[in-house]
Design a protein around this ligand. Structure first.
Ligand SMILES: *Cc1c(COP(=O)(O)O)cnc(C)c1O
Length: 388
């Protein structure tokens, strides 16, 4: 079998040195260390915002964001039907109700019109997800949210440093959340962060993530009911190195994704995710495209994906619709949400089509030279010609 993951996660001597420094410092947690603090400062600067908070993972970052924004049991939070499950489970774990809306058929991002339609007097927040690193239309979304007094949490798990119309993630929202899980465009294995311009939200998030203890506390002062969502010094040390590389990696992926679009343009049955010009920085967490089996002799998508992997090009199926996941379907406590939302595929036509027909290639396949992009193209053509 050919080597998968193409060496991702990437690291070099820098990570080695940083980890060694933490080891030797004998301070491995943020309470007495400085790596988490340093990472937070750099990450906030990178996004031109006032505050960043490192946390345990992206799922917890969403849960913290909802809690500090005051989302309470019974409140409604609008989320896209097509996303990683955590966007919706974070809402459920607050006892709040995820109200699903459709996504754009071309960009796979939350559709402002569909968001608008789902607003009720119980709507407290909306969570646009920057799918595969393509930013949602944050101008339209924030306009609708503002008119209806709705808080915005950007789920930017895919979009570290992404931009809409020259404005970085974090600009249009109350809070943006990130994941640094193993596959993400910068990673420490498991990790996450929140960014915000609000001191009040930051202070609340800090207390919540540190069992209610304020920064520097050594006298067991628990000011609010919190939990432990802290990031360790090791994780921050790795992330500092990963952040330094992010801009260069993003440049290369942007260049290669555009090229790959050109190479695939003439292939019947392959239609890549569209890149809106207003998305001025696309982090390309995934390279996604519709696959139409009609042009591949009726070969099922799962078979196509298997062949691609066998031929050395890593690719995968995309997320299921959140409401089609096993726990959601089988757990009777979600029945009322089902009925309330009218959760059948045909009510979310774009999301359903994407989940069914799209194939995704991980971002590290785009960290390559031109000959590799041609290999990807030729592999698709080869599978097509063998099956026609
Ligand atoms: C990865 C991911 C998360 C969750 O992040 P973890 O760090 O894995 O908990 C949330 N939302 C989206 C869209 C993701 O892709």
């Amino acid at each position: 079998m050919k080597k998968m993951n193409r060496g991702w996660p990437f690291s070099d001597e820098n990570e080695m040195q940083e980890i060694k420094a933490v080891l030797e410092s004998h301070t491995w947690w943020r309470g007495t260390g400085n790596k988490v603090k340093e990472f937070e400062r750099c990450f906030a600067n990178y996004h031109n915002v006032n505050y960043a908070l490192g946390v345990s993972n992206g799922t917890h970052a969403l849960e913290i964001a909802l809690e500090v924004l005051g989302v309470m049991p019974g409140d409604e939070v609008i989320v896209p039907a097509f996303t990683f499950v955590a966007t919706a489970t974070a809402v459920l774990r607050r006892g709040a109700i995820p109200v699903f809306c459709d996504v754009d058929a071309d960009t796979y991002c939350l559709m402002p019109e569909s968001f608008n339609e789902k607003i009720t007097n119980k709507t407290k927040a909306v969570i646009p997800v920057h799918m595969a690193g393509h930013l949602c239309d944050m101008e339209k979304i924030s306009k609708v949210a503002m008119e209806n007094n709705i808080r915005i949490i950007e789920d930017a798990a895919h979009a570290q440093g992404g931009e809409w119309n020259g404005k970085k993630v974090g600009f249009y929202s109350d809070i943006a959340t990130f994941s640094f899980q193993n596959r993400k465009v910068m990673t420490c294995g498991e990790g996450g962060a929140l960014i915000t311009n609000s001191k009040e939200l930051y202070d609340r998030a800090y207390l919540l993530h540190s069992v209610g203890r304020p920064p520097g506390d050594i006298i067991y002062e628990h000011l609010i009911l919190g939990s432990n969502y802290r990031m360790s010094e090791f994780h921050a040390a790795i992330l500092l190195c990963q952040l330094k590389r992010l801009a260069n990696f993003t440049n290369l992926r942007e260049k290669n994704a555009k090229k790959l679009n050109q190479y695939l343009e003439g292939i019947d049955g392959i239609v890549p995710q569209k890149f809106d010009e207003k998305c001025t920085r696309n982090t390309h967490y995934m390279y996604m495209f519709y696959y139409d089996k009609k042009y591949f002799g009726g070969m099922d998508k799962s078979e196509f994906i298997k062949e691609m992997n066998d031929l050395g090009i890593e690719c995968h199926v995309p997320y299921p619709l959140v409401f089609n996941t096993t726990f959601f379907k089988k757990d009777t406590i979600f029945q009322n949400i089902y009925e309330y939302n009218n959760l059948i595929d045909k009510n979310f036509p774009n999301a359903a089509k994407i989940s069914k027909e799209v194939v995704w290639i991980p971002h590290y396949e785009l960290l390559c030279d031109d000959s590799r992009l041609k290999e990807i193209t030729e592999t698709i053509l080869k599978i097509q010609s063998c099956n026609y």
